[in-house]
Every structure is written in structure tokens, then in C-alpha cells.
Design a protein around this ligand. Structure first.
Ligand code: ATP
Length: 443
């Protein structure tokens, strides 16, 4: 991939025409503004690896915000600027373009957020995490497609090595340890031995404790969002990182079996035409959290910036997970009606159920989710208006009647509006004496 000619050829082969045109425009605008502009980072890495990636990060040697403003105007895109960091984001249709002023970062103390000052491309690339992410391609017209490789990133890409740019890299930003593991596993690379040594050193110095949980969780989520996170999670175990990430988690063969089962579970659901969770990382996270003690769950609850629904799920999985899984097995083996399944699943999220099912029979899981979809799609024929027409005084009783009708319908005992009406009348007659004595209707 080394020569500039080959880079241009690759761009022509791999990139969609609108991106090639965009780069052409960027180059022309850059010449007009008298600045040097480069596409950098993951985009270049993936281009050279032949992997699809249209996340465009531009670095400008010059005033990045001024250039971004011109580019946004030219593209008729929207612009958001962050003056303090010299960065901007352009939205152009579905495409996001990040624009940054070439900058140098320095850290006031280890694991702090970096301070930033303007500088040239080399220094900008030097502050990055790994050599494979510190490559740039020049977009100015005269030298369009020139590959800029100050730190032998191409060689590391060819040899499959994840290598930091300087010894203190992990001390300055320990999230890079998680990033190293993520890239290593995603591309089947190896963390270069000296880099591994630096990582171990930073871990031994407990640098990760200086980090806010938010930043660590963000990186953990990125790992859990990879197609098959199991190997990366095993690597976290080897490095002793669970102690910080999820204290008390023991990576047993069974945890690994469960985590490794998720991709095929999601695939099976998709193949059956069933909805697949929007955020598969949640399923992995729940699997891991299920193997924590109550103390560990409380730790997560106190330290992780999670939404309330996820917190609820975590406690529920811990307290009721085993019983619910048993109830699901019983339903699968027995011939209980759908309404029974509904009462088991009613308060559970899809992700939590998948976390419970990981490692169990795939066809059974598909059957469960098919049944669940049927449950969710089932509505009674009658509506609130129909109940009004039956002269039932509006109140909470409506929800109870409609729910009851839904259950009857789920189990195939009611199939049309007429039967539902008869059923409601009977129900009210049966309930009437009780409501007179108990002061409420117990439909
Ligand atoms: P992905 O394919 O997962 O999106 P990416 O390399 O594009 O990977 P981003 O998180 O989008 O990753 O970051 C863009 C670029 O910013 C990286 O390629 C890297 O050069 C730089 N970068 C990101 N995070 C860090 C960090 N913690 N330290 C140093 N450089 C970083």
C-alpha cells in the first residue's frame, strides 16, 4: 500500500463517487484558502486495510474553523464549531465530516483531559493513540493522495501490530489500553510486545483509577459493540482489568460461552425476521453484570452513568433472572398458553431476556421471540369507545377489561368483536355482586 499512486488507486476503487468528489472539492478549497488539508485516522487505516469506513476526519494546517466554515458553505451543509478546541463538525446529508485544526496536546497531569494548542500535522499525529491511527492522506490538489506516515504506521498495518507512539502514552490516557485491545481483536492484530509492556506498567501503576468511569465505560461500550467482543473481553481478563471495570467479575468458561453465544443468537433472530436489539452491547453488558455479586451490581449502579431502565434491569436480572429463566424453560417444554408467557415476560426488556437466554438452545430462543412478537401484536377488537357504547363508566376498569380481553384473545378463546362483547357483559354480571360488597370491580 506504500506508494501514493497505490493510495489514489485504492481511493478510486474503494470509495463511493460522492466521497471522491468531496475530497476533490476539499483539495480545491484548501488550495484557495492557502492551507494544507489531510484526511486522517481510522479512515486512512481502514482504506489501507480494505475495510469500509466513511467516518471522515480532516486535519487542517491553518485555521480549521475558518476552513470548515468555507467547506460547509460550499457543500450547503450545517456547521457546528467548538472554538476552544479549534474543531468543527459539518453535516452534509447523511455524511458527518469532522474538521480539526492541527494541534498539539499536552497533559497537565497524568490521565487529565488534554490541553490543546495549534501546531502542525506531525505533532497532531504524534498525540494520537497508535501508529496505525496516525496516518494521513493529503487532499490538496497538487499532492492529492500523498500518504503521510511519520511513525511507520504502514509497516505496522502490514505486520498487524498495535503500537503506541511514545512510552507514556497509556499513562497519559489509560483509555488507550482498552482501545489497543479493541483494535487488536477487531483486525486480528497483536499488541506489539513493548506496547504491551507499557500497558502492563500503566495498569500496575493504577493509572486507570485516575480516570472517570464515564470515559472508561465509553470505551467498554465500544468493545461490547464490536461484532464478536468475546476475545477482547478475554484479553481484558489477562490484563487484570476487570478489577477496575467490573469489580468481582470472574471470567469463567461459562461466561465466555454465554458471551460467545450472542452473535449467533442475534443472527438467528434476524434470519427469522424478528427485530434485533438496537444496542447489542447492552446484551453483553447484562451478561457480564449477571455474573457479579449483589455488591458488584451496586458498584455498577453507583459508578456507571447508566439510564434508569438499565439500572432496573440489572437488579431484576440479579434478583429474578434464574427464576425467570426457569419459567421460560417450563413454558417452552410445557403447553401453557401465550398469556402465561406474557405474564413471565411482561416487565422484561428484550436485551435482558437475551442475556438470560445466552448459551441456551437457539431454536427455543427464536420460538420465544416469535411468541413474544405475537403477544405484542395482539390487540382486542374492542376499544375504549366500544366499552363506552356498552355504557360502562370510564375509569381504570377500562384498562383491566381490555387487558383481560387481550389475554383471552391471545389464548384463542375469543376471536371476534361479538364474542368479546358477550364476554364483557358476562364479566360485568359476574363481577357486579362482588363489586357491590367489596366496593370495587375485580375484573
Ligand atoms: P473506529 O473505527 O472504531 O471508529 P477510529 O480510529 O475511527 O476507530 P475514533 O474513536 O473515531 O476511532 O477516533 C478517531 C481518531 O482519533 C483515531 O483514529 C485516533 O487517531 C484518534 N483518537 C481517538 N481516541 C484517542 C485517544 N484516546 N488517544 C489518542 N488518539 C485518539
Amino acid at each position: 500500500v506504500g506508494t501514493d499512486r497505490q493510495v489514489v488507486d485504492r481511493m478510486r476503487q474503494q470509495l463511493p463517487p460522492h466521497i471522491l468528489d468531496l475530497f476533490d472539492d476539499v483539495g480545491r478549497l484548501a488550495d484557495g484558502e492557502g492551507v494544507q488539508v489531510y484526511v486522517v485516522g481510522g479512515f486512512v487505516r481502514d482504506l489501507l486495510l480494505g475495510v469500509n469506513n466513511l467516518d471522515i476526519d480532516l486535519v487542517v494546517e491553518g485555521d480549521g474553523i475558518c476552513f470548515a466554515t468555507e467547506l460547509a458553505r460550499f457543500l450547503k451543509g450545517t456547521l457546528r464549531t467548538h472554538e476552544k478546541f479549534g474543531t468543527a463538525v459539518i453535516r452534509w446529508g447523511d455524511q458527518k465530516i469532522d474538521v480539526a485544526t492541527a494541534r498539539r496536546e499536552f497533559y497537565q497531569y497524568p490521565a487529565a483531559l488534554p490541553q490543546v494548542e495549534a501546531s502542525d500535522l506531525r505533532q497532531d499525529l504524534y498525540r494520537r493513540d497508535f501508529t496505525i491511527n496516525a496516518l494521513a492522506i493529503r487532499l490538496n490538489r497538487e499532492r492529492f493522495g500523498e500518504l503521510v506516515d511519520f511513525f511507520q504506521g504502514v509497516k505496522d498495518l502490514e505486520q498487524g501490530l498495535v503500537r503506541v507512539l511514545y512510552n507514556l502514552s497509556f499513562v497519559e490516557d489509560p483509555t488507550r489500553i482498552l482501545r489497543a485491545i479493541r483494535f487488536e481483536q477487531r483486525y486480528g492484530f497483536t499488541i506489539e510486545p513493548q506496547t504491551m509492556g507499557f500497558a502492563r506498567e500503566a495498569i500496575a501503576r493504577q493509572m486507570i483509577r485516575e480516570l472517570s468511569y464515564e470515559r472508561m465505560v465509553d470505551e467498554l461500550i465500544l468493545i461490547l459493540s464490536e461484532e464478536n467482543p468475546a476475545p477482547a473481553l478475554r484479553r481484558l481478563t489477562e490484563l487484570g482489568l476487570w478489577e477496575y471495570l467490573l469489580p468481582g467479575l470472574v471470567w469463567t468458561p461459562w461466561v465466555e460461552v454465554e458471551v460467545s453465544a450472542v452473535p449467533s443468537m442475534l443472527k438467528a433472530l434476524a434470519e427469522a425476521g424478528l427485530p434485533v436489539p438496537q444496542r447489542p452491547w447492552v446484551v453483553y453488558f447484562y451478561i457480564l453484570a449477571r455474573h457479579l455479586s449483589m455488591e458488584g451490581v451496586c458498584f455498577v449502579n453507583d459508578h456507571y452513568p447508566l439510564k434508569q431502565v438499565m439500572r432496573d434491569d440489572l437488579f431484576k436480572l440479579h434478583k429474578e433472572g434464574k427464576d425467570t429463566n426457569q419459567a421460560l424453560m417450563n413454558w417452552l417444554r410445557g403447553d401453557d398458553p401465550l398469556s402465561r408467557l406474557e405474564s413471565i415476560l411482561r416487565d422484561w426488556s428484550e436485551e435482558a431476556i437475551l442475556a438470560l437466554r445466552a448459551g441456551f438452545s437457539l431454536p427455543d430462543t427464536v420460538r420465544l421471540f416469535e411468541a413474544w412478537r405475537r403477544i405484542r401484536e395482539t390487540r382486542p377488537c374492542l376499544t375504549g369507545n366500544d366499552l363506552k357504547a356498552l355504557k360502562i363508566p370510564p375509569g381504570p376498569i377500562y384498562a383491566r377489561i381490555l387487558n383481560r380481553l387481550r389475554r383471552e384473545r391471545l389464548d384463542g378463546r375469543l376471536t371476534d368483536a361479538g364474542a368479546e362483547r358477550d364476554f364483557v357483559r358476562r364479566l360485568l354480571q359476574e363481577e357486579a355482586p362482588a363489586s357491590e360488597t367489596k366496593g370495587g370491580n375485580h375484573v
